[in-house]
Design a protein around this ligand. Structure first.
Ligand code: THU
Length: 138
């Protein structure tokens, strides 16, 4: 679990990321952030497309940035955060859960903040039980 300072940093990064959301079709802004073992935070927003399936969720948007920065070659994921503008819990979609599974540990905490700031925390394994990952191909 994170310190209260780290948790606040992760939350603020999600809120900042959300402000860059490109979501003219759903009008549903999402911001995600990843905290790494070296303290770095990488954030991303959902990016939609006129050809709807070409859109990408905030979580995968952030994780592709982290991979391209080379961060995942040396650092591990300490926590994941996600927020949107609704007062319901928005949890990573199935595809995003699987993408996170590729790079994070099963006990990695995923923090989900509602727009009013209430937090729900679940481990990756809780969100994606009996999952298939890189170790299954080893
Ligand atoms: N979305 C995310 O970015 N992350 C999630 O965890 C759930 C859904 C986006 C995809 C789409 O741009 C919009 O929210 C509505 O589904």
């Amino acid at each position: 679990m994170l310190s209260s300072e780290e948790e606040e940093q992760l939350k603020q990064a999600c809120i900042q990321a959300k402000s860059n959301s490109y979501s003219p079709y759903s009008k549903f802004r999402v911001g995600a952030s990843f905290l790494f073992s070296n303290g770095e935070i990488v954030k991303g927003a959902n990016v939609e497309n006129a050809s709807y399936p070409a859109g990408i969720c905030a979580e995968r948007s952030a994780i592709t940035i982290a991979v391209n920065q080379g961060l995942l070659a040396t650092e591990s994921i300490k926590a994941v955060g996600v927020t949107s503008d609704t007062d319901n819990v928005v949890s990573p979609c199935g595809i995003c859960r699987q993408t996170i599974r590729e790079f994070a540990n099963l006990d990695t905490p995923i923090y989900m903040w509602t727009s009013s700031g209430a937090v729900t925390v679940r481990t990756l394994e809780e969100l994606l039980p009996l999952s298939f990952g890189p170790d299954n191909l080893a």
